[in-house]
Design a protein around this ligand. Sequence first.
Ligand code: MRU
Length: 353
Amino acid sequence: MAITSTIPRSVEWKETYISLLDQQKLPHTTEFLELKELQEVWDAIKQLKVRGAPAIGITAAFGLALHTSSLTVETLEDFQIRLKEARDYLTNSRPTAVNLVWAVDRLVKRVEHAKSINEAKTNLIHEAIQIQIEDEEVCRQIGENALPLFKKGDQVMTICNAGSIATARYGTALSPFYLAKEKGKELKVFACETRPVLQGARLTAWELMQADVDVTLITDNMAAHTIKEKGIKAIIVGADRIAQNGDTANKIGTFNLAILAKAFQIPFYVAAPLSTFDFTIQSGKEIPIEERDRAEVITINGHKIAPEDVKVYNPAFDVTPNRYITGIITEKRVLQGNLTEEIAKLKTESSTV
Ligand code: MRU
């Protein structure tokens, strides 16, 4: 039974604009924005109207293609200069998810040897659409590769939203739950609410319910008790950037869960596409961690919950060291054992295809 129609999508190319599900308004309002200007795309990424590493990459690619399609310049050289300026502008919106840089660089590279401005414009649009098509296939394959790791009825914990709306479709960490549903091997999800921005409560709970996947919401500080009391069998999370040694940046709170998984001796899986690997950095020490506005910590849904002047620290991501990771589920295979060696092999294979 195909259930894909109930899995929500967050971004679509509409020729003259980008249709974007405003994830800040979920779960109570389902509103689609029409992005036309490069600055609107930058703002949407910065303000988390679109979020999740692959979805940020797709939106940035669409933004670059749309912006350059209306450029009026005299020479191909000028076009290339303006393209790179727009690329640099978009990449400074959010620093941690490497998919953003990966996607816009893929566009820039595609038109390196273009013969005319028109050819470059057309190819940029094709490449952006291709990135989205591939991401959907890749996410589905991640789900296929993850599925054998779970038994029917397993209760599995996750954090943040690494789901359909964080990608082209299916998601990474949530993909096995959709596929399990499709194949009649239902799994039960425990979603951590994910303070400060509540991606777990607002987005994961919402999108899994759209597809009728069994989901239970807990607050972040309930994780240890829930693992013990509910017999959680595994934890699965997404990723924003994975270093050559497997160290993984993901939503703040992920590292806590990895430590809990070790303490309870349950597997801790990272699900991510090849586009989330940063083959230029050796370890997690080199991953830039975004720090966001204090308002996210001292307010919930605009309501103040702390003294106005309290000192605040608001890192949006943490880095889970490789030794806590049982396996990294990619579209190629599940990487296990010596992650540095496995990632090196993956890099060689992907550069030879
Ligand atoms: O700040 P966000 O909401 O963009 O953080 C998202 C995450 O941490 C996700 O787990 C990650 O990007 C993977 S999405 C498939």
